[in-house]
Design a protein around this ligand. Structure first.
Ligand SMILES: Nc1ncnc2c1ncn2[C@@H]1O[C@H](COP(=O)(O)OP(=O)(O)OP(=O)(O)O)[C@@H](O)[C@H]1O
Ligand SMILES: [Mg+2]
Length: 367
């Protein structure tokens, strides 16, 4: 394994000091994606995006669709998160004071199975393709699968647990991706329970990673128990992933509250697995519906597409697998990576794209 040297031998965690705020909201000029859009599978319609400094009640980043069906109530009942809800508010997280300007972003959701790991793997790959140094941290102790999605499972020797226990160095545990220089994975232990690591230890681990990487993306486990507390420890920003389903949105709403109470911001929204045909038929919440409930800035919408599942099963994130002919989800995730960098890129109007596709099919049969 060709792991790079991250920290000198015997170096311990914890030399933390005050950190400057990174302002990811700084908007650059709108730069069309020459690489991506030169050879796309489709030419997706777009709508302009405005990045607000203060999240408005309804973000102007809304995808403007021709029809805005309402399938969900405006307010949602506050119910316990699945699988469990703590009785008391969580303890304040240890605030990391590392001097590094690395972006520390937790990818979280509340409800399980909405696509956190898929987004983490693809977003990490997309950022690395943009020449960023990216560390992906699997915080799902006990049920890790980020290594599988990245196709790196056979190269895992040590995990974060051994690093924390002082049984190996951080650089020994990091698995560097040979396909995409700049991308490395810090695996989670599979056979340990979630209590094997404390939030303080996770935070110190992130401080070490922050010395060598531009981005640290933390793949959060489902729920808001110990694993969630570990995953958000040391994170400065959050990406909330939700599918357009009421249960997922409700859980995401609870998590937004928890993140805000830990002063993690900005918190941005990714709507994953959108199916425009279902939205049109009033069988799925629209992006506007989701935004209205969560009231956090939208950073991207990823369509539901079987290509995502196929590429995940092959251990090759979609943004890498279809790089010569990018699919819609791949373009959507690459655009999220560029928006994180401050670029103003219009959202793909998936509803309009769907309408265009339908009229092309109709024309085909009528002529
Ligand atoms: N945009 C998409 N289109 C189609 N399938 C998707 C999409 N995003 C995710 N999936 C599929 O959804 C399933 C769950 O995804 P994933 O494991 O990333 O969710 P998760 O939130 O990390 O789950 P958990 O909470 O258990 O960690 C996987 O089978 C994945 O391939
Ligand atoms: Mg996961």
């Amino acid at each position: 394994m060709s792991n790079e040297q991250i920290i000198p031998e015997n170096q311990t965690f914890g030399d933390a000091k005050a950190t400057p705020e990174v302002n990811p909201e700084v908007a650059l000029e709108n730069q069309p994606n020459a690489n991506l859009e030169a050879t796309p599978e489709i030419t997706p319609p777009v709508v302009p995006v405005v990045s607000p400094k203060v999240p408005p009640k309804v973000s102007p980043e809304v995808v403007v669709s021709e029809v805005t069906p309402k399938t969900a109530p405006k307010t949602i009942p506050q119910a316990p998160l699945s699988p469990a809800t703590p009785k008391a508010a969580p303890k304040a997280m240890p605030n990391s004071t590392s001097k590094s300007t690395a972006r520390r972003i937790v990818v979280t959701s509340g409800k399980g199975g909405v696509g956190k790991t898929t987004i983490t793997a693809n977003l990490g790959m997309a950022l690395a393709k943009q020449n960023k140094k990216v560390a992906l941290v699997d915080a799902d102790f006990g049920l890790r699968n980020l290594d599988l999605l990245l196709g790196l499972e056979n190269r895992v020797v040590y995990t974060a647990v051994e690093v924390i226990a002082g049984q190996c160095r951080l650089d020994q545990a990091l698995v560097k991706d040979k396909r995409q220089p700049g991308l490395a994975l810090l695996p989670a232990a599979q056979n340990r329970n979630k209590e094997a690591v404390s939030p303080e230890q996770m935070s110190q681990l992130l401080d070490e990673l922050a010395k060598s990487y531009d981005y640290i993306l933390i793949d959060c486990p489902a729920g808001i128990e110990q694993g969630f507390q570990n995953a958000i420890a040391g994170a400065r920003e959050a990406l909330i992933v939700t599918t357009p389903e009421i249960a997922a949105v409700r859980d995401a709403d609870r998590v937004v509250g928890l993140l805000e109470s830990q002063s993690i911001k900005p918190i941005r929204l990714i709507v994953n697995r959108l199916r425009p045909a279902m939205v049109k038929a009033n069988n799925m919440m629209s992006v506007e519906d989701v935004q209205e409930i969560l009231a956090i800035p939208l950073i991207g919408v990823v369509p539901d597409d079987e290509k995502v599942i196929i590429s995940s099963n092959r251990g090759e994130p979609l943004v890498l697998a279809d790089k010569d002919n990018p699919s819609l989800p791949s373009i959507a995730i690459t655009h999220i990576a560029r928006r994180l960098e401050g670029e103003q890129i219009p959202l793909i109007d998936l509803m309009a794209y769907h309408d265009g596709l339908l009229s092309r099919i109709k024309r085909f049969f009528l002529t």
